[in-house]
Design a protein around this ligand. Sequence first.
Ligand code: PLP
Length: 298
Amino acid sequence: MNAPASARADGKTVYTAWAGLPALREAIAEQLLRDKGVSFDPAHEIIVTAGAQAAMLTVTLALFDPGDEVLVPTPFYDEYRRDIMLADATMVPVPTLLEDNFEINPDVLEQAITPRTRAMILISPSNPTGATMGRSTLERIAAMAQRHDLLVIWDELYDRFVYDGFEHLSLAALPGMRERTVVINGFSKCYSMTGWRVGYVAAPREISDALLPIAHGMTICAPSVSQYAALAAITGPHDWFAAILSEYDRRRQLWMQALDSMGLPYGRPRVRTILCPTSAVPALPRSSSPGHYAKRAT
Ligand SMILES: Cc1ncc(COP(=O)(O)O)c(C=O)c1O
């Protein structure tokens, strides 16, 4: 990839706009529209961040107040817990079950809603469980979010790693959801660019306006040379990905055969090679203060 070397040679090593290179935001908006059927304005509704990780913390700090409850299906990517704690909000774990392949049951999710519930953080395909959400589940969740006036933080970092004919759909594309969905994605997984640190948030303008000062406060902008690399990746050909996906699928099959041969139960993964045997579900505090976080964070 020559884009970062050219960017460095051309002296493009200075701060970019807070929200990221306009050309990169435009390319992200085009990809969201083309692949997911959801339209975000690249000038005001997309913020490039230092990875999806920074995107998630930006979102929790900007949108959650102390006392807000945030639903998170378990097992979950542990950063969600830390980010919610840092916002001094309360994470409400909502169980998913091995026998359901760790797929979310919208009824169980809805039972966890209280007057303090502000949002839910959902991921499909999921790290760590490999679970996915199909159209009917997404439609039920969309109806519920609208019924209870909830925000949905929608992590789709693994959107391209789907198998068995599963088609990834974006919750933001469902009727009535664009205005209440905060999409998080990035370049780490699909483009294998973990160390470059480029991710993004796409959200309605009112929300993006609240996110931008926090994103600026954390890193001013995502690394400039990395943004040029991301721009080259997203605007370049994508035909190489089929071979990568097929290799991950091969490894997934191997893992499943190995676990089957040992008689260990697991959720059938539809994402990368992440598998979730039953013993992986941690016990959680329902609420923790930032001081508590400082003691617990590892
Ligand atoms: C679910 C999930 N969200 C966010 C991240 C952070 O990704 P990034 O490298 O883009 O910061 C990861 C990384 O593994 C992840 O698995």
